[in-house]
Design a protein around this ligand. Sequence first.
Ligand code: FES
Length: 193
Amino acid sequence: MARLTIHYNGMTRVIEFEGQKRLDDILISNGMRSPHPCGGMGRCGKCRVELKGAVSQPDKVEARFGARLSCRAIILGDVEVTVLTDGAPKIETATSNAVLKSPMAGNYGAAVDIGTTTIAAKVFDLAKGECIATGAVLNPQISVAADVIGRMDAAQNGRADELKDMVRQAVEDLLAGLTDKIIESAVVTDNYS
Ligand code: FES
């Protein structure tokens, strides 16, 4: 029987388990979890933890984010984990009470802001002019370079498609997590152009 010692929100718990388990599976089944904006898909890098003990080597996703992730790490034996519920960069978004100045054609639309650190989005009911959901995720391009200059440099050195795909996937995941409505139109703004 292996022991997982968990430091979570100022408390320490010890859980005994058998076999090899994904850290998230143990945490979630015991009512604990780090932030999971991407739903544990290995895309947001927010489920950061500190690990000591018998644990799998960092995989490609963890290497990309430069951190151990609870949705990726496999616990192999006795381990001590600190769940960084406040450790990830904070994402600030405005409240969801935004309204459109006038109703627009169509059913649902989105406004997306692609920032260097954060990608934020609002989903609107276009006929009513009301915002129905607001959310944000970390811009995954951070794993390539922290600033715009570094990303431009990477793009010029053959990583342009990779950078584009990262943002497209992040926007798709973000909107999919905000609503199950079909979004017919979107306004996208960024600080690159
Ligand atoms: S929950 Fe998003 S990377 Fe783990």
